[in-house]
Ligand binder design. Sequence first.
Ligand SMILES: [Zn+2]
Length: 131
Amino acid sequence: MPISVGRLVEPFSSDMLFKSEAQSYRMAVQCPCGREIKEAGEFKLLFLKKELNEIDILCPNDTCYLRELGFIKFDVENGKAKFREAAFYPPFVTWNKSQLGEEEADKVLKKMLKELVTRYVDWNVLLAEAK
Ligand SMILES: [Zn+2]
């Protein structure tokens, strides 16, 4: 079941996020399959592994041979989904470092992860599904 988009959530400060976005540059990352990803909203989010409290970050290309580019993990505490960690997998990271350079790739990928967690995961829907 795909997760709907929307809502800002903890743990990142939305103020900080918007300030950094105002002065951000546009740079696309690329999946090794060739698909360009210009913004975090283009990734697909898939929540299947309920028992592991994990959301898969998928390539927007349906025929991608990698498919899973990263993950977002969370805990459920007192009936609330609480963000734990998010990361992209090594093949995706390595590819982008070879394309953009280590520093740029690091910067863009971290920004995209942060956006996914704060803007594109609907933590309230997630919670309803985790029950
Ligand atoms: Zn791909």
